[in-house]
Design a protein around this ligand. Structure first.
Ligand code: FE2
Length: 478
């Protein structure tokens, strides 16, 4: 497993394992076939032996879990209160330097968030055993209990689409580790049940970064609902966080080896520490590198597509774009030739006028995500105001006499939007097969068993999966 982290970091020590990206891409498309089961078993068996060597903040004795939980909640609330106080006193955002930074974060989290809840999928097949009902209810709530407006994966897909960030598949290996772990646990609940319970305990606690992320996204005019939803569903009183603690107590054996089981729960808990966490992801943002990558990707399709009459520093655009490694020099040449003028007003850059606006000759070449990245790169420190790249189209450019741009919060913008109707019924091949197959089954038990397979991370966010989740939610507990 290659993570890009220092080689002496025991969390990320390279192992002879299938790459996280490969496992993720294979398992999330092919589902729990023999190869997936082999890959996921090997993956977890390879990673887990390292976990006991990592510093773990869980108590040694599971009887102390309640006190640990209460203290952790109190600490998160106290630190969030400090954050709010600091912001009220004029401190800058702690996480997102500009709008592009927030969009980078949303895209970098895509592999993890698009399998949200997957680690609990294996509990669906155990629906008859009441000791797993708490965890199963958590899984079904991750799936919105079949309501498309509450399905966490669908919500995240919509969030990515709203910002042109659907293309994330070329993210580095480290960004796939958490998603690969989640899928692997979901397909290996039989072999790794204590680890599933432990991972869930760690993942479902309300972290400080979730509260700050939601606050700062809203401030930047970006829909924070996916994150605020998790603040509410993970609540300490009755939500997933509380239930995760209760689940440990419910599954800890009374007849078997309690201490060995608890150690395995701790190992599963520590899996949350692998790969890129939220704060590490936020800190990994470098706008210059992102802009270079965007132009490198474009150069592959763009070289040869330009006319030769325009030259930058004596060379044609086609020539500049003929080798991706020239991108940084090309961007520097554009600056020196005055095509790009770093500063608060992007309209001063003729190059920006080619990308965006009524007469933009390259309109449509760059998507919303890429335009915001280039926009904030050109604006530099001024981009701290969170201005969307579209803002400059119809409104006076910011200048010395103009009022400073003020980004309205997402909630303020939402109050001005008309209500949108709900999409009508959707029929597709899988929905039809689901309906037809259910009609052939002899009774509720057989149907619940079949539905448990349909609500997997592969399907649950699609129309057939949503319909199956609704039915499963009714049948499994009655
Ligand atoms: Fe979730």
């Amino acid at each position: 497993m290659t993570t890009g982290a220092p080689a002496n970091d025991p969390v990320n020590e390279p192992l002879e394992l299938p790459s996280s990206r490969y496992l993720y891409q294979y398992a999330s498309v092919r589902g729990p076939n023999d190869r997936t089961l082999k890959l996921t078993s090997e993956y977890l068996s390879g990673v887990l032996p390292n976990m006991p060597q990592l510093p773990c903040d869980l108590p040694e004795d599971p009887d102390d879990l309640e006190a640990w939980f209460t203290a952790a909640v109190a600490q998160t609330h106290a630190r969030y209160a400090d954050y709010l106080q600091a912001r009220k006193s004029g401190a800058p955002r702690h996480y997102f330097s500009n709008r592009a930074h927030a969009m980078y974060f949303l895209r970098a989290l895509a592999p993890t968030k698009l399998v949200d809840g997957a680690w609990l999928y294996g509990l669906a097949a155990k629906w008859k055993n009441p000791i797993y009902h708490g965890l199963l209810r958590t899984y079904l709530e991750e799936l919105g209990e079949g309501d498309e407006s509450k399905n966490h994966v669908l919500l995240y897909r919509k969030l990515l689409a709203a910002h042109g960030a659907e293309q994330w598949q070329d993210l580095p290996e480290a960004f796939y580790i958490q998603g690969a772990i989640q899928l692997a646990l979901g397909f290996q609940a039989e072999q790794f049940l204590p680890e599933v319970v432990g991972f869930n305990l760690g993942y479902e606690q309300l972290p400080l970064h979730l509260l700050i992320t939601a606050y700062e996204l809203n401030e930047l005019g970006i829909d924070p609902y996916y994150f605020t939803l998790h603040v509410t569903v993970d609540n300490a009183d009755s939500g997933h966080a509380r239930r995760a603690v209760d689940a440990v107590q419910e599954v800890l054996p009374l007849l078997g080896d309690r201490a060995a089981f608890w150690q395995r729960v701790r190992n599963g808990y520590m899996l949350n520490e692998l790969g890129m966490g939220t704060v590490a992801t936020i800190r990994s943002f470098e706008i210059e590198r992102e802009v270079h990558e965007i132009f490198t990707r474009k150069s592959i399709g763009g070289h040869g597509a330009h006319s030769d009459y325009c030259k930058i520093a004596g060379r044609t655009v086609n020539d500049w774009l003929s080798a991706p490694e020239q991108v940084p020099y090309f961007l520097d040449a554009l600056k020196r030739a005055g095509w790009i003028v770093p500063g608060p007003d992007v309209q001063q850059s003729r190059f920006w006028g080619l990308l965006q606006g009524d007469k933009a000759q390259m309109f449509g070449v760059f998507n919303a995500y890429e335009l915001q990245m280039i926009h904030d790169w050109i604006r530099g420190p001024a981009s701290v105001d969170g201005m969307p790249y579209t803002w400059t189209q119809d409104q006076p450019a910011p200048g010395p006499d103009a009022a400073p741009f003020r980004q309205p919060t997402f909630r303020a913008m939402q109050r001005q939007q008309p209500a949108v109707g709900v999409q009508g019924d959707v029929v597709d091949a899988d929905t039809q097969t689901l309906t037809e197959h259910l009609a052939t089954l002899p009774g509720k038990e057989a149907m619940t068993h079949y539905l448990a397979s349909v609500i997997s991370p592969l399907h649950h966010w699609k129309p057939a999966g949503l319909a199956a989740t609704k039915l499963f939610s009714q049948y499994a507990f009655s």
